[in-house]
Design a protein around this ligand. Sequence first.
Ligand code: FAD
Length: 624
Amino acid sequence: MIFDKYDVIVVGGGHAGCEAAAAAANMGNRTLLITMNMNAMAAMSCNPAVGGIAKGQIVREIDALGGQMGIVADKTMIQFRMLNKSKGPAVWSPRVQSDKFEFAAEWRNVLEKTRNLEFWQDHVDSLIVDGDIIKGVHCQMGGEIYSKTVILTNGTFLNGKIFIGEKSFSGGRISESASYGITEQLVSLGFEADRMKTGTPMRIDGRSIDFSRLSEQKGDDDVTGFSYLEIEKPKQQRSCHIAYTSPEVHNILRRGFEKSPLFTGRIKGIGPRYCPSIEDKIERFADKDFHQLFVEPEGRTTVEYYLNGFSSSLPEDIQYEALRHIEGFENAKIFRPGYAIEYDFFPPNQLYHSLETHQIHGLFFAGQINGTTGYEEAAAQGLMAGINAHRLIHDLEPIVLRRDEAYIGVLIDDLITKSVDEPYRMFTSRAEYRILLRQDNADARLTEKGFDIGLATEDRLNHYRNKYEKVNELVSYLKSTNVGPDSINGLLESKGTPGIANKMRLSQILTRPQINLRDMIENVDCLKGKYDLNTESARNIIEEAEIIVKYEGYIDKEREVADKLNRLENVRLSPDFDYYALNSLTMEAREKLTKHKPQTLGQASRISGISPADISVIAIFLGR
Ligand code: FAD
């Protein structure tokens, strides 16, 4: 007998599956990760980068809760940039360019070192279900394997079909086979499934690119990374480069439109609006003469480059000819063309906020299978599914993060209450409380919770407590210490802001936009020498204290609004609530509420088509 009975089986070793398996096993559950190819763990199917706008915040939240993605990205980093640094801290977003080979290898290393975690390389072709209870999975080679819960994270593999021009063939990702059987079985059990598509650009041989004709984009000098554990950073970073398409390039691409699977209707699935293919961009923005492209190295030493912004499913000869008309790519050679992929997903309004399915008790879905796109969105769902599978097994209430607590909360709440009609990716604009959900304070929001549920380690908790003890000390000092004109006017005037006539609180001076805390520490006597600005921990403490002081008014205001709205979240709704019995609800509201089964009045209020009047009707019925 190869297999015992498991607590958790995770199907799929992508970004969602790895995070789910690590979380479930680290919380003490006997976990089996089954994936088709153990050499492609957490494979970066598309660009070799983690984070970016709003996604970077998610990675920091995963890290704060005790997940692994941030640590793996930091360890395999080849470039770091804090995006949006010229804007307010509410939207600062870390982005790491990783070596994609090291990233996959490091993830496997992390998983192999995880206690309670076993592996099996196989193709899961169906689920074992008894009535409405999950019992395990069936594999092509291994046969039946039993477990108390199953987390499906099949990504783009379910009935995956690849398109390049007029060619199309089955596959879950280039050179990997698709997954068959699961969708059909779930549909026969009453699940709704649909199709989506995505695409990726060609990979280029860097030896054939003339970098002297492109503009260089270097990494930041100040490398914070994702993990609050302050992982050692690489000494050297690799640059990216910027290139541009031109009208000539667009004309060549247009010649391939008649063979485009997209425009000829052979791809039916809906694609990601914010990650369109180059042919989509040319068609949608016909008046634009050029589009910006980012030339990103795929690793620390490899010559392989990813051409961000040039995703395409046009015939490979058209892609290649167009490429060779881009400045700097006149002699380019490619490793492989871009392609599009169409796959099945399950509209996520079939899930509870725990990511357990309505129809089958103990079955969870996480990642692209729920209609999202992106490694970070997938990893976040995997983490939460792993946590909630553990909670279910131990008869504990699920962990559901609130919208004012985490982007992960926004993500899952949006999926469940609004469902998706196109691939869902995270944006800062999806969050109502951006100044609360900053990338710098995910540890303050989530680490205690991560520890309480048994995921974040004691070391992480202590690290977090230590940091905030020092942050709070510094904030109190700034708020209680006055400084005189002699000590500060030199700095103020050098920064183009008027000097002071009388003593003033340090915190008051810090609220001036021209002044930052680092400058004050370097120039004001009472602060000088208190912090070693060369250490990462001191820089983190200073940044946090500065944000708290500078943005206190905004933070307090947003907190107040969030607390008010949270009261609606405390009004729970039964999944069996008979909305059709409430005559004063509109028919649309009755239908949508019955379909989405919101767990609280707050969730009900965010379902599209549910008006404040509908919410009042329910609140009055409940006697609130
Ligand atoms: P995946 O990373 O797809 O992992 C799924 C895993 O499940 C794989 O390990 C697979 O082997 C395994 N598996 C599947 N079925 C079975 C089975 N039956 N039995 C055993 N194992 C199974 N995202 C963006 O944000 N922007 C983009 O532009 C973008 N472009 C993309 C282009 C392409 C061509 C592809 C393939 C993906 C693209 N993505 C893009 C999506 C991104 O790769 C995914 O969002 C992310 O990888 C999803 O993670 P996941 O864990 O849900 O699934």
